[in-house]
Design a protein around this ligand. Structure first.
Ligand code: ADP
Length: 492
């Protein structure tokens, strides 16, 4: 049985912990992939200390040299794309096409960050005084904790680790309990790319134990987290007490607004792919369709037709369009929300149960589920479900659509379907989300474009793109007075 090991100070070490869990294929629970050991708090401290000791040399390594290692990692990731995609499908459940897409995104991000290493520039600023030179330098924080979820177990770690390293930080990486195999592989590839010992450390284990130990460690100067809102907010509070920097990417309840003058087939197709792609297990998933009354019946008919055609199954099968929930906990949670939707009076149009079928009985499969006549006060319209459940909210016009779309504590992404340019610009102006899409699904993003949300979704600088390094650097401002004497009448 494959026992996953920690990577600390350049060494692969098996945890001494007795606490373990099995890494299971969610499409077929009889397929056991390996054993995760829940590392101890002491081992987590060891990982932080290794990162702390490696920091000075890494900070003093020229940024382009750091970038070359990340560039080599990108090439190795490309070479390993198919292997990692299959590993990802086996441990997380998404379809192979989705895994390949995630790998491509990860390669793109790593390439982009490697290039940023040659652009880690500050600025020169004209002084109010003569013979005075003012400029800024971007400096690393020190040890950065990277705490990640299971739903994009390659892309999210890469989009945090790559910029952290390029900026000159050392990293302690704590992946989700459910996806150890891909986390180990990422670190193996960084090792093969020549990352010096202690610069990147992997610690496997429980969030409440090793995660908690890391985020409260005095040497950890910044924490980049993606996961649930409850955990993110708790982590934010804890880190605030000691002034550590925090970047959190948390929940979403992403709306698509469908107006009467749109291409309805395109709107329906995009809503279905946004809602059920990655089995709804992504923070950018479409979870609310806000539809004007005039076209609601027709839109709903098209949605049901497409949802019922989706082929559910093992993601490793090339004909599968939607894989399973990642584990039993998520599976039960989604079924619980389906019950809540029914109890709150929403009209279940399709799905709503464990997917039947001979090949599905050993996996955590749920049917694509659509509720109609959902109102904004219902829990299924407000709480993040993180599964294949779409709520239809009917509205009379654009103004009501905006009220409903913005009636959420979250603000990650959104989209509108309309051919009316005025509505497009009004939507962009009024929608309270960090990202928005016009006539395309709420999902999707590019490696060189910032990613993140507002309201309870996002805390701290945006990830990726031109803002990728913002969180991982501190600004030092420098004044050089070259008069060689005391200035008269200093103003401030
Ligand atoms: P999910 O419900 O998707 O598992 P979580 O927010 O619980 O989302 O998990 C996201 C990441 O945060 C995981 O790596 C998890 O182990 C970690 N985590 C969970 N609880 C804590 C905690 N108290 N402190 C630090 N990290 C945590």
């Amino acid at each position: 049985m494959n026992v996953y090991r920690n990577y600390i100070n350049g060494q692969w070490l098996e945890s001494a912990s007795e606490k373990t869990a099995l890494n299971i294929n969610p499409a077929d629970v009889r397929d056991i992939i390996g054993t995760v050991k829940f590392s101890t708090r002491g081992e987590a401290r060891g990982a932080v200390e290794a990162a702390y000791n490696a920091f000075k040399d890494w900070k003093n390594t020229p940024a382009p040299t750091r970038g070359k290692i990340v560039a080599r990692f990108a090439r190795l990731l490309e070479g390993d794309q198919e292997n990692l995609a299959r590993m990802l499908t086996r441990e997380e459940g998404k379809t192979l096409a989705e895994s390949r897409g995630e790998l491509q995104r990860s390669i793109n991000v790593a390439e982009f960050c490697a290039g940023e290493a040659r652009r880690l520039n500050g600025e020169t600023i004209q002084s109010e005084l003569s013979a005075n030179f003012a400029y800024t330098i971007k400096e690393p924080h020190g040890v950065v904790a990277v705490i990640t979820p299971w739903n994009f177990p390659v892309a999210i770690p890469v989009w945090k680790i790559a910029p952290a390293l390029v900026a000159g930080n050392t990293v302690v990486f704590k992946p989700a309990e459910a996806t150890p195999a891909t986390a180990v592989r990422i670190c193996e590839l960084f090792e093969a790319a020549g990352i010096p010992k202690g610069v990147l450390n992997l610690i496997l284990g429980a969030g409440a134990e090793v995660g908690d130990e890391i985020i409260n460690h005095a040497a950890v100067k910044a924490i980049s987290f993606t996961g649930s809102t409850a955990t993110g907010i708790k982590l934010y509070e804890q880190a605030a007490r000691r002034g550590a920097k925090v970047q959190c990417e948390m929940g979403g309840k992403n709306p698509v607004v469908v107006m009467k003058d749109c291409d309805l087939d395109l709107a329906a197709e995009s809503t279905v792919s946004g809602a059920f792609g990655s089995t709804g297990q992504r923070c950018t998933a479409t979870s609310r369709a806000v539809v004007v009354d005039q076209i609601a019946d027709e839109f709903v008919r098209k949605i049901i037709e497409k949802a019922e055609q989706m082929r559910i199954g093992d993601g490793a099968d090339s004909t599968t369009e939607m894989g399973p929930m990642v584990d039993e906990k998520q599976f039960r949670n989604v079924l619980k929300y389906i019950d809540i939707g029914r109890e709150d009076g929403a009209e279940l149009l399709t799905g709503g149960r464990r997917a039947p079928g001979e090949n599905l009985e050993n996996g955590y499969f749920i049917e694509p589920t659509v509720f109609d006549r959902v109102t904004s006060d219902m829990r299924i319209a407000q709480e993040e479900i993180f599964g294949p459940v779409l709520s239809i909210l009917r509205v009379k016009d654009f103004d009501e659509a905006m009220l409903v779309a913005n009636d959420s504590q979250y603000g990650l992404t959104s989209s509108i379907f309309t051919d009316d340019p005025n509505l497009i610009f009004r939507f962009v102006h009024e929608i309270e989300t960090g990202m928005t899409h016009i006539n395309s699904p709420t999902t999707g993003g590019e490696a060189h474009i910032p990613f993140g949300g507002v309201k309870m979704t996002g805390i701290g600088a945006r990830e990726q793109g031109s803002t990728a390094l913002d969180f991982y650097t501190e600004l030092k401002v420098v004044y050089v007075d070259y008069t060689g004497r005391k200035r008269e009448g200093n103003l401030y």
